[in-house]
Design a protein around this ligand. Structure first.
Ligand SMILES: C[S@@+](CC[C@H](N)C(=O)[O-])C[C@H]1O[C@@H](n2cnc3c(N)ncnc32)[C@H](O)[C@@H]1O
Length: 204
């Protein structure tokens, strides 16, 4: 099975426990929002069950959330019917049809194979308006492509792309972005994957 289809199949199975566990907006996202104009249009790629999308909407932003997992999107739509959610692959977005002030990719690029990341970042660059910003969070500390036991479904192994700061910054710069801020912290709970958490805000 294609890695991304396997990932969305697993998220379909774990959507409900995921929605019960992860209830708070992504760390440092408020610093990203502070850099955007009022009423900015934001695309949340790999939006999951819509927690960030809802937070950003409540802060006055216009949000579109996309996710490959039908169940994650179904829960997002049930919880936040006022938000525009779409069941779509983030690798199939057409920049000629959309333009955003900001893109949020919170722990979604972790499921994209390394060979596809640069093309994806280049497409995000095209999807952004002039001076647009991107927020990315990742699993990191080391570099690798691995399969890990999914904490909510330990009989299934989930594909993860783990990156170093150096690696992702290099790819972002190659795609045309400049780095604005970055943060990191160690893993701290049993339902988190046991890798350093990396956060980057970059601009077009
Ligand atoms: C770890 S969850 C993060 C969800 C949410 N952004 C959050 O921070 O809670 C990763 C999400 O990325 C989605 N995803 C993975 N690969 C994707 C792809 N190629 N296109 C769209 N969504 C994808 C998964 O279905 C899942 O909902």
């Amino acid at each position: 099975m294609d890695k991304s289809l396997q990932v969305s199949w697993i998220y379909d199975k774990i959507a409900e426990p995921y929605a019960r566990e992860f209830l708070t907006p992504s760390e440092h996202i408020e610093k990203f929002l502070a850099l955007l104009p009022e009423n900015a249009k934001i695309l949340d790629v790999g939006c999951g069950v819509g927690v960030d999308a809802h937070y950003m909407m409540s802060e006055g932003f216009q949000v579109t959330g996309i996710d490959l997992s039908k169940e994650m999107i179904t829960l997002a739509e049930q919880k936040y019917p006022q938000i525009d959610f779409r069941n779509q692959d983030i690798r199939e977005l057409d920049y000629r049809e959309m333009a955003f002030d900001g893109i949020v990719a919170s722990y979604s690029l972790i499921h994209i194979p390394k060979k596809d990341i640069l093309e994806l970042l280049k497409n995000f660059y095209l999807l952004l308006k002039h001076n647009g910003k991107i927020y990315i969070s990742l699993q990191g500390g080391i570099s690798g492509e691995i399969y890990v036991r999914e904490p909510f479904k330990p009989d299934e192994e989930l594909f993860l792309n783990i990156v170093t700061f150096q690696e992702i910054k290099k790819l972002l710069r190659k795609a045309g972005f400049s780095i604005v801020k970055n943060f990191e912290r160690p893993s701290r709970s049993k339902v988190e994957f046991d890798f350093t958490k990396l956060f980057i805000i970059a601009k077009k």
